[in-house]
Design a protein around this ligand. Structure first.
Ligand SMILES: *[C@@H]1O[C@H](CO)[C@@H](O)[C@H](O)[C@H]1NC(C)=O
Length: 455
């Protein structure tokens, strides 16, 4: 070899060697280099995912099960730690298209309550849940998750409904621009919650359910177990809010309920909550009802003959399809006439928000204690547009929470009834006897009604 070439190639090799060694030192020889550290931290994070939602030290194993119906998939999360839990499940009816509303609600619900209990959650849909829906939802739930594709007969007209009549009713209500008046699926949903959901195979093994809607939020933490309260206090139906129903959706609901009461007096509970639903001793419905998008209930009650006898009667009246009876007034009437009033439970200070209605009651100490992110000034549960005060007015054994306003309920829906009640209070304050007050009231009523009767 040419000595000049040899020297050049040795020089080149040496230079290459130095370059390689320098390179290796740059990449690995210096652990303090920024590039190395970034990668290291990233890898560490990736390896041990932060389970922010799990209580400390909680470990679980996951296992998938498909029930015999082929339409129910359960992802079991079995926790190694001992959790004291009630015989209860969370329940949501939700569509694939509501995924993000549902995820926000799950995240909030886990944060405010379920991270400490890991209650299982049943999701039901009249269509099949997509893979991506299931994966995203089960990723955020801290407990077992069940996905149910509802069988067709649970989301359809019962055979006794006249479909042409139902079509006509929907078109008429649509023309009148009544909320969801033209919607068929809304009515299937109302019937599903009124008389069907508790029959689901997946619900059978539970005693209590807690209904959670996509897009609701709890503005306060719930630092106790409401299911435990239900069991210990022997309650069958729990609620948070009680606003007014739209009267245009239930024109014949009240008369059907009265008919049931007249026909089956032996099925009506003593010491019930009937007066909650009326401001004129039963003549008319005052539109007060429990807002069923939050409800914690005893499934054994809903599955009982007591409830189903009532539901079947109302179902056959057809008002779910020929009008637009909701599950909220149907549940409210059922629990108010079929149960003694002390089986009902008012859950307070939850910060429950289903727009536009918010429950944000409590003292400022409670707001801190419960980590509330809402103002009691915005509370819609004790105001004069809420029926909550009424339930405390009519039952002597129901004590208002100490922080609650003391104002008595005045009829909200019917202006005449409201004016009469105001007048009655005024006359009482003047010391006038009840008999005289009633005479005056009748005169007053006659004076209001006479122009109409002349027409
Ligand atoms: C849970 O409640 C259901 C319905 O009452 C009952 O059939 C079941 O045996 C209960 N499970 C347990 C573990 O108590």
């Amino acid at each position: 070899m040419n000595p000049l070439r040899l020297r050049a190639s040795v020089l080149l090799s040496t230079a290459l060697l130095i370059l390689v060694i320098w390179n290796i030192r740059q990449n690995s020889g210096n652990p303090g280099s920024p590039a190395y550290q970034t990668r290291d931290v990233y890898q560490t994070r990736d390896d041990s995912r932060l389970h922010l939602l799990s209580a400390p030290n909680s470990k679980f194993s996951e296992r998938k099960e498909t029930l015999d119906d082929g339409e129910t998939i359960i992802y079991h999360k079995d926790y190694t730690e001992d959790l004291v839990r009630e015989n209860a499940t969370l329940f949501s009816l939700v569509r694939n298209g509501e995924l993000y509303d549902m995820l926000r609600t799950i995240r909030n619900f886990e944060d405010r309550f379920n991270q400490f209990k890991h209650y299982g959650w049943i999701f039901a849909n009249d269509e099949k849940f997509t893979e991506s829906f299931q994966n995203q939802v089960k990723n955020l739930c801290s407990g077992s998750v069940t996905f149910v594709h509802l069988p067709e007969q649970m989301w359809n007209y019962p055979e006794f409904i006249d479909r042409a009549k139902a079509d006509q009713a929907r078109r008429k209500m649509q023309r009148q621009q009544i909320k969801y008046g033209g919607s068929e699926s809304y009515r299937h949903m109302c019937r599903f919650f009124s008389g069907v959901f508790y029959r689901l195979e997946a619900m059978k093994k539970y005693r209590y359910f807690w209904r959670v809607e996509p897009d609701v939020e709890f503005k306060c933490s719930i630092k106790y177990d409401p299911f435990e309260v239900m069991r210990k206090e022997n309650k069958m139906y729990g609620f948070t809010l009680a606003p007014l129903e739209l009267h245009t959706t239930v024109p014949t609901l009240w008369n059907s309920a009265l008919e049931y009461m007249a026909k089956y007096p032996e099925r009506i509970a003593q010491d019930n909550n009937f007066l909650f639903l009326t401001d004129d001793d039963g003549k008319t419905f005052n539109m007060c009802h429990f807002w069923s998008n939050f409800e914690i209930g005893d499934l054994d009650f809903f599955r009982s003959d007591k409830y189903n006898h009532f539901f079947n009667f109302m179902d056959h009246k057809g008002g779910i399809y020929y009008e637009r009876w909701g599950d909220a007034p149907i549940h409210s009437i059922a629990v108010s006439i079929l149960l003694p009033h002390n089986r009902l439970k008012h859950f307070t200070s939850t910060g429950y928000l289903h727009k536009p209605n918010l429950q944000c009651d409590g003292s400022s100490e409670m707001m801190i204690e419960n980590e509330c992110i809402c103002s009691p000034e915005d509370d819609g549960s004790w105001g004069d547009q809420s029926c909550i005060p009424k339930i405390y007015d009519i039952h002597k054994d129901w004590q208002r929470p100490w922080y609650a306003p003391k104002e008595r309920y005045l009829p909200i829906h019917d202006n005449i009834l409201r004016m009469m009640e105001e007048k009655r209070i005024q006359l009482r304050e003047e010391g006038i006897t009840e008999e005289v007050i009633e005479v005056r009231m009748n005169e007053y009523l006659a004076s209001i009604h006479s122009p109409e009767e002349g027409e």
